[in-house]
Ligand binder design. Structure first.
Ligand SMILES: [Zn+2]
Length: 280
């Protein structure tokens, strides 16, 4: 697939066709890019998708005690962001226990405490890059293991190519608990410029200019890419790498922000159907 020609996308108003994956045939079931009449509608959508993203992290075993945080900006007050509550398991996050926080780490809506390390890192990025919509961070097994190498990922697959020229290794503040503001600022610059961050001696981070869906899916993909690279390296066999041309093609067509959002709709629908308490 990576070498096929890109068909022209149509520009029919209302079709909103931005990807070769969107069906040209009318009337088929396929996720629709949402549009909103009010801030309240959009807030409700973002909160539901933040809850589902957090639960997806639970399903993937990304929990480590209270570590890990996901954030998405409020549509009406972009200087505020919604995040998961401190000391609540990813799988038990729901609409009613989300918190809304400002860049000083003050909870302005919700009853639960905020994860201090979360607000330091996320607030620094959200403040430095107003266009960053959402971020994810967790202390995952394979991601943290790969981060110990201090190396970027090799382009061993089409999936890894989602991070082609779009991830960075950060050594600054590595290993120190990121609770001080200076620590957050020192890594914010690289984090906002890249889809994925391998924070040495710490773990993975992703950010998105598109949606929490996009940030969450590519976080899952980044953890998987780290696992697969560790598996390949454990064999001792030198992997065949994608060419730069193929990696760039894959990044554009199967690694776009829309594709991240689209992948996540599969998870959202599954979680919404099987865990209806997410809406409580
Ligand atoms: Zn952390």
């Amino acid at each position: 697939m990576a070498e096929e020609e890109t068909p022209m996308l149509d520009n029919v108003p209302g079709r909103n066709r931005v990807s070769i994956y969107q069906p040209e045939q009318e009337g088929l079931v396929f996720p629709e890019i949402p549009s909103f009449a009010t801030h309240a509608e959009e807030r409700d959508y973002r909160k539901k998708h933040l809850v589902a993203a957090t639960r997806a992290f639970g399903m993937h075993g990304f929990d480590y005690g209270f570590a890990g945080h996901l954030t998405v900006r409020d549509p009406e007050h972009p200087e505020l962001y919604w995040t998961n509550p401190m000391c609540v398991h990813f799988s038990q996050v729901k609409m009613s226990n989300l918190i809304l926080a400002d860049h000083e780490g003050r909870v302005v809506e919700g009853r639960y405490a905020i994860n201090r390390a979360g607000f330091v890192l996320h607030a620094a990025v959200h403040e430095e890059y107003p266009e960053v919509m959402a971020m994810c961070h967790a202390h995952t097994t394979y991601g943290t293991a790969w981060c110990a190498t201090g190396r970027k990922l090799d382009m061993i697959s089409q999936d890894a190519a989602a991070f082609y020229n779009d991830h960075a290794v950060i050594g600054a503040s590595a290993g120190a608990v990121a609770v001080e503001r200076e620590s957050g600022w020192s890594v914010a610059k690289e984090m906002g410029r890249n889809r994925g961050i391998l924070h040495q001696s710490h773990g993975l981070l992703t950010s998105s200019r598109h949606s929490i869906d996009d940030a969450a899916f590519w976080f899952i993909a980044l953890e998987r890419a780290c696992q697969q690279q560790l598996m390949v390296e454990a064999t001792g066999i030198k992997p065949q790498l994608l060419s730069d041309k193929t990696a760039a093609y894959s990044r554009e067509h199967v690694g776009s922000d829309f594709i991240g959002w689209l992948h996540f709709q599969t998870l959202y629908d599954h979680i919404a159907a099987t865990q209806p308490d997410m809406f409580d």
